[in-house]
Every structure is written in C-alpha cells, then in structure tokens.
Ligand binder design. Structure first.
Ligand code: GDP
Length: 582
C-alpha cells in the first residue's frame, strides 16, 4: 500500500477499508494509545500493516515534495561569491555592541544616500572590495541558540577582547562556541584608545587558548581597534574580507531562495514581519515561502536601510511581509511553487506542534545512546562539555579524557571551563549533540530547567576517576543502565485487623501520592526498613481495587508479611531504567 506520512488513524482506516476502532484496538495491543485524528509514525504503521500482511510503500512527504528542487546540486557555472556572514562575540562589556554600532556608523550611513539604517536584525556593509553581512545580536548565547535549532548562519566570528582587560571566562566560552560551529575567528583587540590597553599581553593570553596571532607566525588575524575613536575599524573590515576570500563562500543567485529566519515579530501595522537571511538563491516579491510553521506570498521586502526592494541575493538580510504568522528565529525558510501544498504543510506542522507541545525539539545524545549507537556502528565521535570548580581540575580532566580517544572513536572536548553549568553550556550541548560533565559543580537553576526541557545528559561527579571510568565504559560498550526509584505514594498504618484465614491486614490512609497494586512496596518503622516486596491485596472497603488516591483509606496486605503496627509507613515505588544522572 502506498502511503504518505504523516498519516492519521482515520485516514489509514479508510485506506485499509476497516473501522478506525479496529486500528485503535490494534494499537492498544502494541501499548500505544491513539485517538482517531492522531498522526502515526512510519514505524507504527509498518507494524500494523505487517500483522495484516500488507506491504508498505512510502510516498514522498509533503515537505520532501516541496523542498525537492532545493536539494538539487548547483550548476558550478552559476555559482557566485557571496558576502561572509559575521557575528560578534566576547566577554560582557568588552565592546561588542559599541563595535557593531561603530561599524554601522562608519560604513553604512556615510556611503548610503541619506540612509538611516533600519534595525531588522542584520545589516550589510559595502566596501570597495566587497560586502559583509553583520548579525545584530552579539554574543555566543544567541548564536548557539540558533545553532541548536539547526541554523548554521555564521561564517566568521569577530571575537571582541578588551585590550585593557584581556581574556575572560566568556572570551573562552565564545572561542569554544565558535570552534564548535567551525566558524573562522578574527580577533578585535578593542579599547586600544585606553592608556592601560596592552594588546601584546592579550595576544599571549589568546595563544594559551590556541589562537596564535599572524604577527608571531600563527593563523589568526588580530586587529587593534577602538569602537570609541573608530581607529582600526577599516583595517578590521578589510582583514575580514581577506579571511572570507580564503573561505571561498559561494552561492547561486539564479535559483529559488532558501535561508534562515533571523528574527520575526508582529509589525506596527499588525502583520507578521520576519527578517530572513538568504543562504542560497534569490528571493523575489511575489514568491511563495514556507518559514517554520507559516507560509505566505512575499508582499513586500525591506532592506536594512528601510528601502523597498524587489529581490534579495545570497547573504542579504531582508524583512519580508506577507507571512500568515510569526515564525521563530532560527527556523528555515524556502521558496515553494505550490501555495495549496504550502498551506497544507504548515497546517500539519502546527498540528504536530500542538500535539507534541513545544519541547519536541531534536533529541540530544546521552551517554547510553552514544554507547548503543557506537555498538551499531552509527557514531565515531563523542562530544563533551566539561565544567569544574577550579582551573587546576579543568586541565587534569581534559588531559585524562583526551587520552581516551582511540583510532576508532574520537572524544572531543568542545568546551572546558570553571563555574556552574549554565544555560549557554546546555545550548552548546544541544547544538553540538554533546553530553555535559560537571566536577564539584552544580547546574544553575535556569540550566537545570533547560537541560530537562532539551533532554541534555548532564552528569555530575565528585571524583575525576569516576567520570573518566564511566566514559571509558561507554566507549567500550560496558556502561550499565542505571535503575532509579520513582516515588509513587505513601500510606500510614492506622489500625491492624487480624483475620484468621489470611493473616493480618493494615488499615491505612494514603498521605501522599497513591497506592498502586502493581508497584513495589516498602514498610518502614521509624528509621528502620522492615519489609520490601509486593502487595498481596489492596482493598477499598470490601472491594479489590487497582489504586487508591491521596487522602483515602484502604486495606493493605503485603506478601508474606503479617507484623503491622499502627504508625508504620508503607511506601509504593516503581523502578525505572533511566539515563544515568549521578
Ligand atoms: P558589550 O557588553 O560587549 O556589548 O559591551 P559594550 O559595547 O556595551 O561596551 C561596554 C563599555 O565599554 C561601554 O561603556 C562602552 O562605552 C565602552 N567601550 C566600548 N568600546 C570602547 C572603546 O573602544 N574604547 C573605550 N574607551 N571604551 C569602549
């Protein structure tokens, strides 16, 4: 049977000529609860069809149909150089925002006719030798958050380091985030107008981070600048263009556009306005686009000077009007040729989002999954982010972990730093499919929420040996899954009933959670554990029941146990296999 995914229960039933309830019954047999409108995965459908002896042929999904022509390789003859896309990063207060403003003022307004630059999330600078596109949101947090959604936009990172302050923790974070994204780093040694500025000292500090200046035979371009006086900015821009030339950035302006949403909001006029960065192709007024879960016909395009334009070329940021809703930053957009299909696809996406909640993001690798995928021959690399309490242990753990790499499996430390595990570590883990290892440190409350949401494997240790041992075990395929006890409920024994036949029964009240017959039970008397095992009967009044909720009274008999006393606590719990979190 030829099917197009996603397929809903109802649709599948119609195709098979049976009633939806029959499918729901089959699904229940597979322990899947489904409603009639629920979309089924390919795996599930395959299983159902297998039982019925029907073969499955998967038709291209709507998305595949719509993006097919974007997958076709470019004709090399049509490829043209495109401007580099640049993000500024660095420690707080080192001058990222000032430098972005200084570049904008020195280049944009003077060269454009009366151009007051519009804030649309990005802007372009025109130089005699070429153009550069700057993203307006500095900092590695925003950069990595975009990357976590799968958006790779930045080619070059300008690392801003204040020459009077030097390399700071967030400088190192920024370097590691840029490296994880495989972006080229150009250093701006800022604030050289200050008397205490010492660019040579900063160069030495950067060398310790593996960035060697060209002056000393290294590969990294470092330019002394001042965002305040404007000194060095021309040189910085020129050097950036040279670096970009080495990257040979190319795109094909003569095909339909695709790219990334940089930012989006409801405009003053009330309609959705989205700034997009074109990554390949050209966007024209009148094109039909899909951006995340919204579609629309491009009604108007506005460039970074607030001017209306008819088309936009690769690496150019434009604000587009005409979408039916507001997409999210980092979502991909592409031009399609069928408005009806575009509407259908975005409707599907909205439905899936509603069903799955918003956190249905990409799945991040846990150490257990790494082990499984390694066994299946699917991965060859484990990415790790390390945080510790003191600098000394950063080095110690880096060295012992790096030693674990073998010819077959590469262990890559994306970032190692001092301090609590923060949100930016978690986003880096999502963006680069990494696990996070902490020594003598905890997660910040925000990071804890985020790591749960994004399902990042965060492992906390007290001893280096333990961490190294566990990762080695995973690499050798020997990591044991960890069992964890999940609290179900607690009941207090109020009264004991002696029954002649069946021994005794404890008359209880559920004080927290609930009692579930299928759970495991433990009876404690003060600090002492008296019994652990199964339940033989759970009664509400005279009836056997499956569960009893909080606040209610019930009769409990534990298997092979008779010695209840008023005041005893009976706790119900379940054992679950979990991704190890120590
Ligand atoms: P950000 O946090 O990295 O975006 O840093 P800001 O751009 O907000 O700059 C932090 C502070 O440093 C502000 O008070 C700026 O005025 C100042 N500043 C930035 N660049 C320079 C510079 O080149 N020279 C001097 N003297 N001060 C600067």
């Amino acid at each position: 049977m030829a099917l197009k995914f996603p397929v809903a229960v109802k649709e599948l039933a119609e195709k098979l000529g049976i009633s939806p309830s029959e499918i729901i019954k089959k699904l229940l047999g597979m322990k899947i609860m489904a409603t009639i409108n629920q979309a089924l995965t390919e795996d599930t459908v395959r299983k159902i069809l297998e039982v019925m002896g029907v073969g499955l042929e998967r038709l291209p999904t709507l998305e595949e149909e719509l993006t097919q022509h974007h997958e076709e390789p470019d004709d090399p003859k049509q490829l043209k150089a495109r401007p580099p896309v640049v993000t500024l990063m660095g420690h707080v207060d080192h001058g990222k925002t000032s430098l972005l403003d200084a570049i904008r003022k020195s280049k944009v307004t003077e060269s454009e006719s009366g151009g007051i630059t519009q804030h649309i999330g990005a802007y372009q600078v025109h130089l005699p030798k070429g153009w550069i596109t700057f993203l307006d949101t500095p900092g590695h947090e925003a950069f990595t958050a975009m990357r976590a959604r799968g958006a790779h936009v930045t080619d070059v990172v300008i690392l801003v380091v204040a020459a009077d302050d030097g390399v700071m923790p967030q400088t190192i974070e920024a370097i590691d985030h840029a490296r994880a994204a495989e972006a080229t780093i150009v250093v701006a040694l800022n604030k050289i107008d200050k008397p205490e500025a010492n660019p040579e000292k900063v160069k030495r500090q950067l060398m310790e981070q593996g960035l060697m200046t060209e002056d000393w035979g290294g590969k990294t371009v470092m330019v002394p600048v001042s965002a305040r006086s404007g000194q060095g900015i021309d040189e910085l821009l020129e050097m950036m263009l040279l670096e970009a030339e080495l990257l040979e950035l190319k795109a094909n302006p003569s095909r339909p556009a695709r790219g990334i949403v940089i930012e989006a909001e409801l405009s003053k006029g009330g309609g959705p306005a989205a700034t997009v960065l074109i990554q390949n192709g050209s966007l024209k007024v009148g094109d039909i686009v899909v951006a995340g879960s919204h579609y629309g016909r491009v009604r108007a395009m506005i460039n970074d000077h607030g001017q209306r334009v008819q088309d936009a070329a690769p690496s150019m940021p434009v604000e587009i009007l005409g979408l039916a809703g507001v997409p999210k930053a980092g979502e991909p957009f592409y031009v399609v040729d069928d408005e009806r299909k575009a509407r259908e696809l975005t409707q599907q996406r909205q439905d899936t989002q509603r069903q799955a909640g918003l956190s249905a993001g990409r799945k991040v690798m846990s150490l257990e999954e790494f082990q499984n995928e390694l066994k299946a021959g699917k991965v060859k690399e484990l990415n790790i982010i390390v945080k510790t309490d003191v600098q000394g242990s950063v080095e110690a753990i880096k060295t012992s972990m790096e030693k674990l790499s073998t010819d077959q499996i590469q262990l890559k430390i994306l970032h190692a730093g001092v301090g609590a595990i923060n949100e930016s570590d978690i986003m880096l883990a999502v963006a680069s499919n990494a696990i996070v290892v902490g020594f003598h440190v905890a997660q910040t409350p925000e990071a804890e929420v985020l790591s749960k949401e994004e399902r990042v494997d965060v492992r906390l240790y007290e001893i280096i040996y333990e961490a190294v041992g566990e990762i080695r075990a995973a690499m050798e395929g020997l990591l044991e899954p960890k069992m964890q006890e999940i609290f179900v409920g607690r009941a207090k024994v109020l009264q004991v009933f002696k029954l002649t036949k069946a021994g005794s029964v404890a008359g209880c009240q559920v004080v927290k959670g609930k009692m579930i017959r299928s759970a495991a039970f433990r009876l404690t008397r003060g600090p002492e554990k008296v019994f652990e095992g199964k339940i033989s009967s759970l009664k509400r009044f005279k009836d056997d029941v499956r569960e009893v909720g909080e606040g209610l009274e019930c009769g409990i008999a534990l298997q092979g146990f008779n010695d209840y006393q008023p005041g005893d606590l009976i706790e119900a719990f379940e054992i679950q296999q979990v991704a190890q979190k120590l």
